[in-house]
Design a protein around this ligand. Structure first.
Ligand code: 8Y7
Length: 257
C-alpha cells in the first residue's frame, strides 16, 4: 500500500488541476513500483494534527480519487474517519476504507457497511492531537488485540463479512517506543484473529528513535521493519517508498520459511 498525502502541507500552493495532476503522477509511479493499493488521505493523522472540516476533506480527496479511478488499475483506499467522506469516496471509485478510528466516529460503522467496501480497522489510544502526550497500557498487546477483536465483532454485527475486514495495531498512535516494540514482537498473535494484518510504520518516529535518524533518512530502518513484518505474517504494508519496499519484501519472502 503506497501512501498518497493530499494534505495542504504536501500540496500547499497551485490550483486544483496541478494538485490532482501531481497526485495522479505520484500514484502512477507507485503503481509502476509495485503498489497494489494507493492510500489517499486528506486529513493529517500525525501527532498534534488538528481536524479538518468535512467539505474541506471532500474537496481534497474526491477529485483525486475520481482521477485515479479513471486512469489507473489499482485499488484506491480512502484514509478517513468520517462517514460522509467514506460514502462519497466509495461513489468516486474507492475500493477500501482505511480508518484510524476503526469506525468509531459518528455514523461511520453504518456508512462504511453501506458502501459494501472492505475496511481496515486500526487501533489508536486517544486522538491525534494528544495521543502521544502520555500513552499508558497495563498490557499493550492484550489491550490492542482485545480492542481489534471487539471492533471486528461490531462490524460483523453491523453486517460486514469477515473477508471484508483488515486489522492494524496502529504503530505510533498513542504508543511509546516500548509499546510499539512490544506490539511488533507480538505481531504473529494478531494473525490468529483470522483477518489480514496491515502494518504502517514507514518513516515513523519509532524508526527515528531506534536509529537516531530524521524522517528523510529512515528508509533503511523502514525496510528492515517491513521485511520483518511480512515474515511475521503481515499481509499489507503501508509505505512511502514503494519500489524499495517491494524489492525488500520479495527477497524476504523468497528466503524465509
Ligand atoms: C497509519 C495509517 C497513518 C497506520 C493505517 C503516518 C493513515 C501517519 N498511519 N493507517 N495512517 N495504519 N491503517 O506516519 O499505521 O503515515 S498516518
Amino acid at each position: 500500500m503506497g501512501i498518497l498525502n493530499v494534505t495542504p502541507d504536501s500540496f500547499s500552493d497551485g490550483g486544483l488541476f496541478t494538485n490532482t495532476d501531481s497526485a495522479l503522477c505520484q500514484a502512477e509511479q507507485m503503481c509502476i513500483d509495485g503498489a497494489q493499493v494507493i492510500d489517499i488521505g486528506g486529513e493529517s493523522t500525525r501527532p498534534g494534527a488538528s481536524p479538518v472540516s468535512i467539505s474541506e476533506e471532500l474537496d481534497r480527496v474526491i477529485p483525486i480519487i475520481e482521477k485515479i479511478h479513471q486512469t489507473l488499475d489499482v485499488v484506491i483506499s480512502i484514509d478517513s474517519c468520517k462517514a460522509e467522506v467514506m460514502t462519497s469516496a466509495a461513489k468516486a471509485g474507492a475500493g477500501l476504507i482505511n480508518d484510524v478510528m476503526a469506525l468509531q466516529a459518528e455514523g461511520a460503522l453504518k456508512a462504511a457497511q453501506e458502501t459494501g467496501l472492505p475496511v481496515c480497522l486500526m487501533h489508536m489510544q486517544g486522538e491525534p492531537r494528544v495521543m502521544q502526550q502520555n500513552p499508558q497500557y497495563a498490557d499493550v498487546v492484550h489491550e490492542v488485540k482485545d480492542f481489534l477483536m471487539r471492533r471486528v465483532e461490531q462490524c460483523l454485527q453491523q453486517g460486514f463479512t469477515k473477508n471484508q475486514l483488515i486489522i492494524d495495531p496502529g504503530f505510533g498512535f498513542g504508543k511509546t517506543l516500548a509499546h510499539n516494540i512490544k506490539l511488533f514482537k507480538a505481531l504473529e498473535q494478531f494473525t490468529t484473529l483470522e483477518v489480514p494484518v496491515l502494518v504502517g510504520a514507514s518513516r515513523k518516529s519509532m524508526i527515528g528513535q531506534i536509529t537516531g535518524k530524521e524522517t528523510a533518512q529512515r528508509l533503511s530502518g523502514s525496510l528492515a521493519l517491513a521485511t520483518l513484518a511480512v515474515t511475521k505474517g503481515a499481509a499489507i504494508i503501508r509505505v512511502h517508498d514503494v519500489a524499495e519496499t517491494v524489492d525488500a519484501i520479495k527477497v524476504a519472502l523468497a528466503l524465509s520459511e
